[in-house]
Design a protein around this ligand. Structure first.
Ligand code: FMN
Length: 187
């Protein structure tokens, strides 16, 4: 588990090898048991698995803001599946953001355990996604996870000057603050 957490990097370039409905259902089942404030469990999910729907989702998400549009996935590098996270406002109107974080991290790490890469996405066209997937108005759409077998191997690097990720040849370098910078104190 610790190795998985340490090795995880956001993946934005994918092999065109499909992910099965069973795999997606398993990741959602593992999101289902994530911690939830007051155990209200307002989150629900839509699994997008068909090639047709994945193709329609692609223009509705925005990739790697610091490197766009050059680093956008090419036609043969697109995600093969998506899990759209919905918050049922009939169950909880606001304040479900931390539930979303816990649930998405469960999805990302479950997928990684199968060798499947993921990109957590908040820069998404919610209105068009709602139309495409026929999502009822009482469901908010906080984010989604794009999924697929990785076709890149981004790496963690130290911060030289900036937190912006950058390309070194074909390798995406992701600067992370070190322990000294983030551990305020141990008392
Ligand atoms: C809340 C959240 C929203 C994100 N939204 C996007 C997004 O819309 N598009 C994208 O390409 N990456 C998105 N990312 C991925 C981040 O850019 C990525 O996590 C960050 O650069 C650090 O890289 P790492 O995940 O490899 O550690 C998002 C990540 C988080 C946690």
């Amino acid at each position: 588990m610790k190795e998985l957490i340490k090795s995880r990097r956001t993946i934005r370039k994918f092999l065109q090898k499909p992910i099965s409905c069973e795999q997606l259902a398993e990741y959602i089942d593992l999101a289902r048991v994530a911690p939830s404030g007051a155990n209200l469990q307002p989150l629900k999910y839509i699994a997008v698995q068909s090639k047709d729907m994945a193709d329609k989702m692609f223009p509705l998400v925005k990739w790697a803001g610091y490197l766009a549009p050059d680093y956008n996935p090419k036609e043969n590098e697109r995600p093969t599946a998506y899990i759209v996270v919905c918050a049922d406002t009939d169950i909880r109107k606001t304040g479900y953001d931390m539930d979303v974080g816990a649930s998405v991290e469960n999805i990302i790490l479950s997928a990684l355990a199968d060798g499947v890469g993921a990109c957590w996405m908040v820069a998404i066209d919610r209105d068009e996604i709602r139309k495409l997937l026929d999502i009822p108005i009482e469901y908010e759409i906080p984010c989604l996870v794009a999924l697929g077998y990785p076709k890149e191997s981004p790496k963690e690097v130290g911060i030289a000057t900036d937190i912006k990720y950058y390309l070194e040849g074909e390798t995406l370098c992701v600067p992370k603050r070190n322990m000294e910078a983030i551990l305020i104190k141990t008392v």
